[in-house]
Design a protein around this ligand. Structure first.
Ligand code: SAM
Length: 233
């Protein structure tokens, strides 16, 4: 059965993500910075959401394919990109049978890895579709942030049901886990970390969202990685 977690609040989320402090001025600049120059690259946008990444990647000269579990988000991505991105409804818990081995120069998986139960299986599948010199750029909740919000032991590893946004009823189920586990999953799937980034808010946030800016200057909400395939031994 397809995971339709975001369907209930897809339209509200799309409006929020377009210009929010955490998405527009924090996550996207960090992930796109790690992606580097994408002109001419074949990019797979895994969990594309409302298409904000897909549109930006196309504008920067990439060819974009992608997927999301939410049919509403896939429709939004097609509309936002005027059909220039080949996006499909697909649950990332399942193999990407429609994507050829080694066919992507870059995979972007922004703010979605924590929703997947078998993350090593997904990461291995993303490794399969990557070209040998390709890269996978991931952002996810910073484990310190999860620990401060949820309490208990920092080392707890479990799925948590809560609202994505404390001010709204946006129910989600996401994994909390320590940094050691996140990195061990990368290694188990055949990746090494080329770069780890604890993003800082872009300067514009100080004027537009001063409270978020102060909070994100004190504590990272997300953590981002650029991963590359490990060399064969
Ligand atoms: C926080 S949103 C991020 C969307 C987009 N990457 C962005 O940053 O704008 C998380 C996305 O993950 C998708 N998602 C969650 N679980 C999924 C799954 N099992 N397979 C595919 N997509 C999934 C949701 O539908 C949603 O679009």
């Amino acid at each position: 059965m397809i995971n339709t977690m975001y369907e209930r609040f897809a339209h509200e989320y799309a409006i929020h993500a377009e210009d929010s402090a955490y998405n527009a001025l924090y996550d996207r600049p960090a992930v796109l910075g790690l992606a580097g120059d994408v002109a001419g690259l074949s990019v797979f946008d895994a969990a594309c959401g409302p298409g904000l990444y897909a549109a930006e990647l196309l504008d920067r000269g990439a060819r974009v394919t992608g997927c999301d579990a939410s049919p509403t988000f896939v429709e939004m991505t097609s509309a936002r990109t005027e059909g220039r991105a080949d996006v499909r409804v697909h649950d990332l818990s399942r193999p990407l049978t429609w994507v050829r081995d080694g066919s992507c120069d870059l995979v972007v998986l922004a703010l979605a890895l924590h929703y997947i139960d078998d993350r090593v299986a997904l990461l291995s599948e993303l490794r399969r579709i990557l070209a040998p010199r390709g890269a996978l750029v991931i952002s996810t909740e910073h484990p310190t942030m999860s620990w401060l919000r949820l309490g208990g032991s920092y080392f707890t590893q479990e799925p948590v049901e809560e609202s994505l946004n404390p001010d709204r009823d946006w129910p989600i189920r996401a994994w909390r886990r320590p940094l050691t586990s996140i990195c061990a999953e990368f290694r188990a799937a055949g990746f090494v970390i080329e770069e780890l980034l604890e993003p800082r808010p872009v300067p514009e946030m100080a004027d537009r969202y001063p409270e978020d800016h102060a909070s994100l200057e004190a504590l990272p909400a997300f953590i981002a990685f650029r991963l590359i395939p490990a060399a064969p031994r």
